[in-house]
Design a protein around this ligand. Structure first.
Ligand code: GAP
Length: 546
């Protein structure tokens, strides 16, 4: 665990040092949950968004019938009529349980605060004592320890995670869990075991214990309460309830609101999808794990409209296609998973759902959710707006409300996963041939912020001019940098840390026979190739497609 924490620290530090990600408004001490992307970060993120847009909107894949699927894009406003959020259920349901410290006023997400570290469960001894529970709780930092108690059953997801860790499931009446009730008294808000008072915090997920103290100051905590995560603002000059608006917490609702506009203004037919990339805002109680849980982030969402009878087939196709997209861009390792939700986990309107999960250094967490949302959203907007949302199929003469398959991913989480996956430490020889530690970001070439760096070996004998000529030719077609500062080995190292797949060096031989060396980031092998700019462009482009 310490090693993983260490790794995360190294990644965060590299991200800052090399200009991938900075804390927002850092000169004023930063602001929790907000991040800025620096020169390399903005290229990485743009490449992720371009790859997504290209692969799903401009050149979408072949569908289950072997023909390209129909996709179009949208770019909706961030602030929408507040009735959208009433109809979608966000005003009433977009809540997180939270507890407040009555002394220092710090606010905690209740389910984070009391979530057990499953790793601790692997160490459960034969005889579970209070001391053992305390020791695990101390390791976690705060909160009680949990598993199962009589009359309460573990949620399937927890049970599976325990199984995967070969953990023992303890059934002591006083060991409490993330449990769902089975056969006990009907839905209690709170219950008492061994003198401790426990609360159900978030319907069936979390259990909190009375008497827990604030981890920041040791003060008493409030009971868990619901907290709506939408950011509010006002549109117009008046600042009263009539002008209240929300910053969108997801991009999806803009798509649902425009679904009829798209049908009416294009020749598209069901089944088809609408894609959108854009900012979303959530007033997360406890932003954490670098950019993973932020308050401002970007989503890449698709709403795919189809007939109910085809929804299961499209759901499976999207689930597998979206998973394959991540592996195709380099998340090949065993760290990527596709996890189908158990029935008990599904939202009441969803027929199926799966998460693409990645094993970050801080734990396994969701990159994207793919859901069969039925006709829930269109029906909700039809009812609330009074507008007809049905689709008429010319061929079958059937009028129906389409079902929606929604692959919903986060661009920042994808960027973080690609960064974590790319991070690598190995060894490379320095100027004197001595092996030194090397930090390298092995990005997939499509995602690499800079594709090629061009160096003159020395700043004389016409080498800078020739290198600049090559740079000028290549930068029209790809992100390229020119660097003439410092020893060439150091310049390679700088590009390795930025994840640049290729470095071209103009040297003495270039001035004689026109060839240059090309160095591969991963193998560090150098090859001598013709240095004519057009030939170089073709060569690099060809190798970037590998
Ligand atoms: N329209 C469905 C929807 O918004 P979601 O699971 O709440 O579903 C989709 O969000 C994706 O948005 C997540 O899988 C994640 O990648 C990203 N996301 C959600 N909350 C986030 C946050 N606080 N910080 C960064 N990314 C977030």
């Amino acid at each position: 665990m310490a090693g993983e924490q260490d790794l995360m620290e190294k990644i965060v530090s590299l991200a800052k040092r090399r200009g991938f990600i900075y804390p927002s408004s850092e000169i004023y001490g930063g602001i929790n949950g907000f991040w800025d992307y620096g020169p390399l970060g903005v290229e990485l993120k743009r490449n992720i968004k371009d790859a997504w847009w290209n692969d799903f909107v401009r050149c979408p894949p072949l569908g289950p019938d072997g023909r390209p699927i129909q996709m179009v894009g949208l770019d909706c406003s961030i602030i929408m009529n507040p009735k959208v959020w009433e109809a979608s259920g966000h005003v009433v349901n977009f809540n997180d349980p939270r507890v407040d410290c009555m002394q220092c006023k710090t606010r905690f997400r209740a389910d984070d605060f009391w979530r057990s570290e499953l790793v601790s469960v692997t160490e459960v001894p034969e005889v579970v004592t209070d001391e053992f529970l305390e020791s695990v709780a101390t390791k976690r930092g705060h909160g009680p320890v949990f598993l199962e108690c009589a009359g309460y059953e573990l949620q399937p997801i927890v049970r599976r995670e325990l199984d995967s860790k070969k953990a023992k499931v303890v059934t002591r009446p006083w060991v409490i869990a993330w449990g769902v009730q089975s056969g006990g008294p009907p839905s209690p808000r709170a219950f008492v075991i061994d003198g401790n008072r426990y609360y159900f915090v978030d319907s069936d997920k979390t259990v909190a214990r009375d008497g827990d103290k604030c981890p920041a100051c040791g003060g008493a905590l409030t009971e868990p309460r619901k907290f709506n995560m939408m950011f509010k603002s006002h549109a117009g000059a008046m600042e009263d309830s009539s002008s209240e608006v929300y910053l969108r917490p997801e991009t999806a609702q803009g798509i649902f609101c425009n679904y009829k506009n798209v049908l009416d203004t294009t020749r598209i037919k069901v089944p088809f999808g609408i894609a959108q990339i854009g900012k979303a805002f959530r007033n997360e109680i406890n932003p954490r794990n670098f950019t993973f849980r932020s308050r401002e982030f970007e989503q890449m969402e698709i709403e795919f409209f189809c007939h109910e009878s085809q929804a299961d087939q499209w759901y499976k196709w999207w689930r597998d296609t979206r998973y394959a997209w991540y592996t195709g861009l380099g998340l090949k390792s065993s760290k990527l998973r596709l996890r189908d939700h158990e029935k008990e986990e599904l939202a009441h309107y969803a027929r199926a759902c799966a998460d693409v999960e990645y094993e970050f250094p801080f734990g396994v967490a969701e990159l994207e959710g793919i859901a069969n949302r039925t006709d829930f959203d269109l029906k909700a907007h039809q009812t609330a707006s009074g507008r007809d949302m049905t689709y008429f199929d010319d061929e079958t003469k059937e009028r129906f409300l389409p079902y929606v398959i929604e692959p919903s991913g986060g661009c920042d989480r994808a960027a973080l996963a690609f960064l974590c996956e790319a991070y690598c430490e190995d060894e490379a020889p320095d100027e004197n041939g001595a092996m030194q530690k090397r930090t390298v970001l092995k990005f997939h070439p499509r995602l690499a912020p800079i594709k090629v760096a061009i160096f003159p070996l020395v700043k004389k004998d016409g080498m800078p001019e020739r290198a600049m000529e090559i740079y000028s030719a290549l930068r029209v077609n790809m992100t390229a940098v020119y660097d003439e500062k410092g020893a060439v080995g150091r310049r390679y190292r700088r590009q390795d840390e930025a994840g640049t797949p290729f470095c071209l060096t103009v040297d003495g031989q270039t001035m004689q026979d026109g060839t240059v060396t090309i160095r591969d980031r991963d193998s560090m092998k150098q090859e001598r190739i013709p240095g004519d700019p057009a030939a170089l462009l073709a060569y690099v482009q060809e190798h970037l497609r590998r």
